[in-house]
Design a protein around this ligand. Structure first.
Ligand code: DHB
Ligand code: FE
Length: 282
């Protein structure tokens, strides 16, 4: 039987990719963030996941404002990276897992989620940067992926409650998958940040800590805010917390252990966080 080994949540700021390209991880500005990845890498080297289900948001590479699905599930055999405008080095393509993708898609549609299925999909920094952080020495990615894109860009956004429900439905699909894979769940983006307008640079330490403190045992607490509240609380791009909420849902209702947690302000315009949650039974 497949096993969900846990959840890896992290910010996906493109500047992190630039810092890696320039080998700046040990510089005073970057080190407090990169140090938070050390326990994540150790955990992954023990856990050896075969596949990652990645909740993230596309930033105009694969979807643009002309067509923007609320929830999109990848069902491709491979996912290419490309530069969506940040000038980051293009990373190797990811191997997909179409059989697992279709299983998730069928389960979600059965559960009445009207998702978009994508047999062709490119992935941007929101997928690539978290893997660069997790597998810094990798020449090729050591696991396959199923990307699930949530619209955090063009309002109306899906509610936090709906994202948690989506994640729970994905988790149910994963638990009914008959393969023997070790499955990692990922949520990328956040925490609070706003890149434009009068509040550019806005960070909300209190809201971030509320999320980090509650997401493990009380994820429902994160669903009481409307998407307008989320913009107010987390900033226009801090709404990427929706990806974390969905990923948390996929971990199910059983007890979790916090394997590691790091929070550091600022990385670029963002309150940067990394968190690993592991099912207690593992
Ligand atoms: C930044 C953060 C993001 O989540 C993103 O997608 C792009 C830029 C930033 O803080 O620079
Ligand atoms: Fe982002």
């Amino acid at each position: 039987m497949a096993q969900i080994i846990g959840g890896y949540f992290t910010s996906h700021v493109p500047g992190i990719g630039a810092a890696i390209a320039r080998d700046q991880q040990q510089e005073a500005y970057w080190r407090p963030f990169f140090d938070g990845l050390i326990p994540v890498r150790q955990w992954l080297s023990v856990q050896q996941p075969d596949v990652a289900v990645v909740f993230y948001n596309d930033h105009g590479l694969n979807f643009f404002l002309d067509k923007l699905p609320t929830f999109a599930v990848g069902a491709a055999a491979s996912y290419a990276n490309a530069d969506e405008g940040w000038g980051l080095p293009v990373q190797p393509a990811f191997r997909g897992f179409p059989e697992l993708s279709w299983h998730i898609i069928e389960s979600l549609v059965e559960a009445e989620f009207d998702i978009t299925l994508c047999q062709q999909m490119n992935v941007d920094h929101a997928v690539v940067v978290p893997f660069q952080l997790a597998y810094p020495q990798a020449k090729a990615w050591p696991l396959r992926i199923v990307p699930i894109a949530i619209n955090t860009v063009q309002h109306p956004l899906p509610s936090a409650k709906r994202c948690l429900a989506l994640g729970r439905a994905v988790g149910k699909a994963l638990r009914s998958w008959q393969g023997s894979e070790r499955i990692l769940v990922m949520g990328t983006g956040g925490l609070s940040h706003q890149l434009e307008g009068e509040r550019a640079g806005y960070i909300n330490n209190a809201y971030d800590l509320f999320c980090l403190d509650n997401i493990k045992d009380n994820p429902g607490a994160l669903t009481h805010h409307s998407t307008v509240d989320l913009v107010e609380l987390a900033g226009t791009q801090g709404v990427e917390i929706l990806n974390w909420i969905a990923a948390r849902g996929a971990l199910g209702d059983g007890p979790l252990r916090q394997q590691s947690r790091n929070y550091h302000i600022p990385i670029s315009n963002t309150a940067a966080a990394t968190l690993v949650l592991e099912p207690l039974g593992n």
